[in-house]
Design a protein around this ligand. Structure first.
Ligand code: LMR
Length: 330
């Protein structure tokens, strides 16, 4: 063999080996149910970008926003089966994993402000709650924020009595159901993706959600009235399939944790802005009348829902409820 041909064969083979030896990227399917432009959607995009950068392409994150892969009711089962590797469901949906204690976050008027909420999620209570997921095959990685929920319907809602007789779309949480029954409404659990149609068809008359979700799901277009009641909290836990997460090489897991820490800080700083902007945009459409409760009026709503903690104490656990209440209201 001539020397030139010999070298060509040698280097050709070497580069072939180099290509063959490059391992396929680890794929993380990350599914969620809200629009890409929301705080959760934006933070998921940031996580993807950072995770791919920090692992130099050894991880590829595939995002499936807006229920494009799974709706709320199916995503937990998909995570447990390993059909997706990461989710960021709302804290109201964790009874689907057999951990109804997370419904403590649904207790109405429990958190006077975001600071109170952060004391709970960023402290021991928040960490211990995430640990409760591990025996279920799930690792809790971070809390993400949305904000406070508002009530919407097709009639003005000035007092809780105005809601009497309405059927309200809720997330699948027994605590939210108790809240709705307490003010004389019938709660109906629907996937977020089915809510717009549910209102259009008359299956439900109204709902509660953050302005960001109401706006990005176009629910405001079929609701003439929105009351800024701030009666409940909406937040998330970013979770992963534990078997998958534990099987990752240490350096990859560290990079993913770093990507998540940065996206979490961003998410928390963006959520309030996102909701303020959405509320303003809803008002500007001229289709929905936005009514902001005065603090006296909010007091009436609070008193109307005051029996809920007692009703749900057995489900959440008396001690946990007391701990969260003490931390939130100190
Ligand atoms: C809802 O179903 O109303 C919300 O929890 C959706 C979400 O993830 O914000």
């Amino acid at each position: 063999m001539k020397i030139f041909t010999f070298l060509a064969v040698l280097f050709g083979t070497a580069s072939l080996h180099a290509v063959a030896a490059a391992p396929a990227p680890i794929v993380i399917k990350f599914s969620h149910v809200v629009a890409p432009e929301t705080a959760k959607g934006q933070a998921a995009e940031m996580f993807k970008k950072l995770a791919e950068q920090l692992t130099r392409g050894r991880v590829r994150v595939e995002l499936y926003p807006n229920s494009s892969l799974y709706k709320d009711a199916d995503e937990m089962a998909a995570l447990l089966k390993g059909d997706v590797q990461m989710l960021a469901p709302s804290l109201a949906k964790f009874s689907g994993l057999g951990v109804p204690e997370f419904e403590v976050f649904d207790v109405p008027y429990l958190f006077p402000d975001r600071g109170a909420l952060y004391r709970v999620i960023d402290g021991k209570i928040g960490r211990d709650l995430l640990k409760r997921l591990e025996p279920k095959g799930v690792v809790g990685l971070a809390y993400w924020d949305n904000g406070f929920k508002q009530m919407s319907s097709n009639k003005p809602l000035y007092t809780p009595a105005d809601l009497k007789g309405l059927t309200m779309r809720v997330q699948n949480s027994q605590v939210i159901a108790a809240q709705m029954r307490t003010i004389g409404t019938t709660p109906k659990a629907l996937n977020l993706a089915d809510t717009l149609q549910g209102i259009k068809s008359g299956a439900v008359n109204g709902t509660e959600n953050s302005p960001s979700n109401l706006y990005s799901q176009k629910i405001h277009l079929v609701q003439e009235n929105l009351t800024v009641s701030n009666h409940g909290y909406l937040g998330y836990a970013v979770i992963a399939n534990k078997k998958f997460w534990d099987s990752l090489p240490n350096d990859i897991r560290n990079s993913l944790n770093n990507a998540l820490a940065e996206s979490t800080a961003y998410e928390k700083s963006y959520a309030k802005y996102d909701n303020d902007r959405a509320l303003q945009a809803i008002g500007q459409t001229g289709k929905t009348e936005v009514y902001v409760l005065s603090s006296d009026e909010e007091g009436v709503w609070q008193r109307a829902m005051a029996s809920v903690p007692k009703q749900v104490e057995a489900r959440i656990g008396k001690t946990l409820l007391e701990q969260v209440t003490a931390e939130a209201q100190r």
